[in-house]
Write a protein that binds this ligand. Structure first.
Ligand SMILES: *Cc1c(COP(=O)(O)O)cnc(C)c1O
Length: 519
């Protein structure tokens, strides 16, 4: 990839500096150096040193300053335990729980512990998946099959509030459902239950709700919506990927809020990500369902070939046991008391952050802190700081908050997922935000370059020439696969173009990041 700031030369030189095995002229021709490394191999210590080197430009994964993507419990030793548990079963194949009974046991133990905490009855069941997206995809697939089995004809539909996660849209795309989106209440940003009820019809296979929603951290009116789904014979999935391992512990400790779990009449499934507030490395989520019959609807079996009988409860066939073992180990090591304390710490951190933001001139939060997520907006006047500039200013001060676009009447926001590791640092974070807001106010509001907006908005994304997309991405300040250091104008562009165009632009950036680098 041309223009990649970590050039192939720098990359190869980092090899040369670290490895004990020497090559003839490592810096002269970096391409041939890499080929030589690949051919001859390297000692394990060198390989590991290189991996460490590769991570030096990554966002920090620990310490709480990265308020998206990563989940740090802050508990000493927990990461080492997760890694050791992962390693202990790394060679096992989760494909066949009869041949590897440990895999069956680990899953059963996890589900037996989690299902009652999330309102599941004795007949509730579950599936260990690779992540929230897979849990949601399986819920949608199962609901589609159930809808067909109940006589559904034509194209099934999913009804989803606009605040629902993209994983539902991905599932609809892959499994052939139409998506019917409905609005949220403009004040609370919770799904509009009446609008959901009106959108449900004979084609509705499944209705999606969130606990809480990713963009604004609010719990939808699940009781009303699940009742409407049930009345129409549709499934209702609660996306508790974020809140599923926080909210039960908050409720036990007296934090009140709307009902959200499997005990709500009409709820048929719920997803909870262990690789979020289960504090384990990525690759493990749980899909809980109210009956084994519903669970079997997303299974696939095949014996009509001369090979083994394939039965797959998940999307993958051969599958790792490491992530589930890590979740099992961390859960049993921490125990519910500590997991509950950690949940309170994360929730407390989110609340203090929201309170702190309220004291900052020009900033506010929208939605509400129902769990551990905070959405920060600017006050919106021309002389107020632009939240997208605030995000840039925050990153120069060592913290990371995630840019979220505006949508309808909802303003652009910065998303913060609070973890226990951040809990003691909230006063410092609020000061960073205060300074950032002041700095952003003097920068002024950003606007995307109108010429770029006009050009991109004119694309027919199905047929636009790849070179044209690439040129525009260059003009938007992207160098190779690196967004500009100050990203506000880029995000303004993404915000101002139609969503299919935004998709096309972001796919070009990903395309560059994932491009080959021929040797
Ligand atoms: C994280 C998340 C998902 C998707 O989960 P992945 O683990 O990233 O696949 C879905 N919904 C919500 C609310 C989430 O927070």
């Amino acid at each position: 990839m041309r223009n990649r700031p970590t050039s192939i030369g720098a990359y190869a030189r980092s090899f040369a500096g670290l490895v004990t095995l020497r090559f003839d002229s490592p810096s002269a021709d970096s391409g041939s150096f890499l080929v030589a490394v690949t051919e001859r191999g390297m000692p394990a210590t060198d390989v590991l040193a290189l991996l460490k080197e590769l991570r030096k430009d990554d966002l920090p994964t620990h310490g709480g300053t990265t308020t998206a993507y990563v989940f740090d419990s802050g508990v000493p030793g927990i990461d080492d335990l997760a890694a050791a548990a992962h390693a202990a079963v790394a060679s096992v194949n989760g494909l066949d729980p009869m041949q590897f009974p440990s895999v069956a046991r680990i899953q059963r133990d996890l589900l037996d512990a989690v299902i009652p905490k999330l309102g599941g009855s004795d007949t509730a069941v579950g599936t260990v998946t690779s992540g929230g997206t897979e849990s949601i995809m399986l819920a949608v697939l199962g609901a589609r099959e159930r809808w067909r089995a109940n006589g559904g004809l034509g194209t099934p539909q999913i009804v989803i509030p606009v605040s629902g996660h993209g994983a539902f849209h991905k599932a609809a795309h892959l499994f052939g459902l139409d998506v019917v989106t409905v609005g949220v209440d403009p004040e609370t940003l919770r799904a509009d239950a009446d609008a959901v009820a009106r959108a449900i019809n004979d084609q509705t296979a499944i209705v999606a709700v969130s606990a809480p929603s990713y963009p604004h951290g609010v719990i939808d009116p699940i009781t009303e919506i699940a009742a409407a789904a049930e009345a129409a014979g549709a499934a209702c999935h609660v996306d508790a990927c974020m809140g599923g391992w926080i909210l039960p512990f908050l409720r036990e400790r007296g934090v009140e809020g709307p009902d959200f779990d499997l005990s709500v009449p009409g709820v048929t499934s719920l997803s909870v990500d262990m690789h979020k507030y289960g504090y384990v490395p990525k690759g493990v989520s749980l899909l809980l369902q109210t009956s084994a019959e519903l669970r079997q609807k997303h299974w696939f079996a095949h014996s009509d070939w001369p090979g083994y009988s394939l039965v797959t409860p998940t999307l993958a066939s051969s599958r790792p046991a490491g992530p589930m073992a890590a979740a099992w180990a961390v859960m049993h090591s921490l125990g519910f008391d500590t997991i509950g304390e950690l949940a309170m710490r994360a929730h407390g951190a989110a609340r203090s952050l929201a309170e702190g933001v309220a004291t900052i001139d020009g900033l506010r939060t929208i939605g509400s802190v129902d769990s551990t997520l905070v959405a920060i907006a600017d006050d919106g006047a021309l002389d107020d700081p632009d939240i997208r500039v605030v995000i840039d200013e925050v990153s120069t001060r060592g913290w990371f908050i995630q840019a979220q676009p505006g949508y309808g009447s909802m303003p652009p926001t910065a998303h913060a997922t609070l973890t226990p590791a951040a809990a003691d640092r909230i006063p410092a974070f609020v000061e960073v935000l205060r300074e950032s807001a002041a700095a952003a106010r003097s920068v002024g509001r950003v606007k995307a370059d109108p010429a770029l907006v006009a050009e991109a908005s004119s694309w027919d994304v199905a047929s636009v020439d790849a070179t044209e997309v690439s040129n525009l991405v260059d003009k938007a300040g992207v160098v190779g696969d690196q967004l500009p250091a100050r990203k506000a104008a880029f995000y303004a562009l993404i915000d101002e173009v139609p969503p299919p165009v935004a998709n096309r632009i972001m796919m070009e950036v990903f395309n560059r990041a994932l491009a080959r680098e021929p040797r």
